[in-house]
Design a protein around this ligand. Structure first.
Ligand SMILES: [Zn+2]
Length: 108
């Protein structure tokens, strides 16, 4: 299981806001009912963090009407000692085959 941030935008107008919020609250999904909304600050999106096995499972939580525009981001926490491990995914992109990260974290 991993944590995934799901970001679900909706149109800016009042009707779309109300509709989106209503769909989430009436979905019967604990995840959707507890989403955080940015509407009052002009950011017409809902966010939720779920713990599931993969992105597809995370996507299944999103109501079908909103799936096309949903963004799903795998979240990782780093402990200070393990921070360099997090940079290994850069190696494939940069050709960095050493154990050294291709970027230096300030203050490390
Ligand atoms: Zn809104």
């Amino acid at each position: 299981m991993s944590a995934y941030l799901i970001e679900i935008p909706h149109p800016v107008d009042k009707i779309a806001c109300m509709h989106a919020i209503q769909v989430f609250l009436e979905s019967g999904s604990h995840f959707l009912a507890n989403a955080d909304w940015g509407c009052q600050d002009g950011e017409h999106k809902a966010w939720l963090v779920v713990n599931v096995d993969n992105k597809n499972q995370a996507l299944q939580i999103v109501p079908p009407l909103f799936r096309h525009d949903a963004k799903i981001i795998k979240l990782v926490k780093y402990m200070k000692e393990q921070a360099a491990e997090g940079f290994k995914y850069h190696e494939a992109n940069t050709g960095n085959l050493s154990d050294e990260p291709d970027r230096i974290i300030p203050g490390q």
